[in-house]
Design a protein around this ligand. Sequence first.
Ligand SMILES: *Cc1c(COP(=O)(O)O)cnc(C)c1O
Length: 395
Amino acid sequence: MQSIPTAIPFVDLTPQHQPIQAQIDRAIRTVMERGDYVLGQAVVEFEQAFAAACGASFGVGVACGTDAIALGLQACGIGNGDEVILPANTFVATLIGVLRTGAIPILVDCDPKTALLDLVAAENVITPRTRAIVPVHLYGQMVSPTLLRDLANTYGLLIFEDAAQAHLAQREGYKAGSVGMAAAFSFYPSKNLGALGDGGMVVTQDEAIATKLRSLRNYGAPRKYFHTDYGTNSRLDSMQAAVLGVKLPYLNEWNRDRRQIAEQYNALLKPLHSKGLLPIQNQSGKGHVYHLYVLRAFQNTLLGETPCQINRDALQAHLDTQGIQTGIHYPLPCHLQPAFKNLGYRVGDFPIAEALCQEIISLPMYPGLTEEHVIQVMGAIEEALATPSAIQLSA
Ligand SMILES: *Cc1c(COP(=O)(O)O)cnc(C)c1O
């Protein structure tokens, strides 16, 4: 039997949690002893600490990132009939969050180099009903804050950031969460800052928005049994807040680790650029927090790139046989999801987003991934490119 090389998972949270296990245990026990499980002290403390880390004045903890988008937009006054611009190339939760407010989502294509919302395309769809723009800081890189703010100022748009993949990311002197009116974060376990379950937060500079959110997440009641808003039950658990509070001080270090891993991938990938295999471009230097490390195996050479001899699916299948887990973020763009057929979009509406879906692959990325692992992953990719036809046939 052939020996199987060390399996490399796509994400492993053990290296992150193991060294701080005792601290986490203590934080959880403290909540149990106090008994303030819902909207307790740990939530208040973590809201303040996380907002401060993002350069924002207020933080309001909610049940998940999707709720942070939906309730956050609602607290900003977005609702029925408002047009809201967002990228087609994002996780579907961005679209769900917008739809839940009653607003009309207006999707736009992305920049082929960075896979981020294309601000020129965004400008082209602005109408008198456009109220807001939701930039998604995808893969850990922010949409340019200066260009975004120029556009928003010119047309009087509200900026609401989807920062679910960009905890502590920076660009042009701005931190993710401090660019617009408010921003949504997710603490899903595999995000750069993850809970031991679901969690989310909205951060904002505006006290009135924070106050509105505290009501919306708690049955629309600014005080007990008195309801001024059609709210819901969406709160960050005290247990999760306590765990997140323990993890937050390590976040910068973990992000640095991700960046270092990305640099190792980048260096080993350079010789393969001429073979049509390139990383999604980093235009924000050390401000990129690499939630994901995404490669592109060019097939649709709209801009004249060299086509890659191996297609993405075959490459992924080969890595899988080598015990290397990868991901696709995302395989089907929002506008082509069956659930949103009624929005009326069609194949061909967003050619860049559609091409990316066929060509991108996310490599293993997590704090604690070793350089040996990176070398092993890149070795397997080089092997696939050396004998592409054999691998393509067996895939
Ligand atoms: C994870 C994610 C969300 C949703 O967060 P949940 O906590 O899973 O609801 C929204 N937008 C983006 C870009 C995400 O990556």
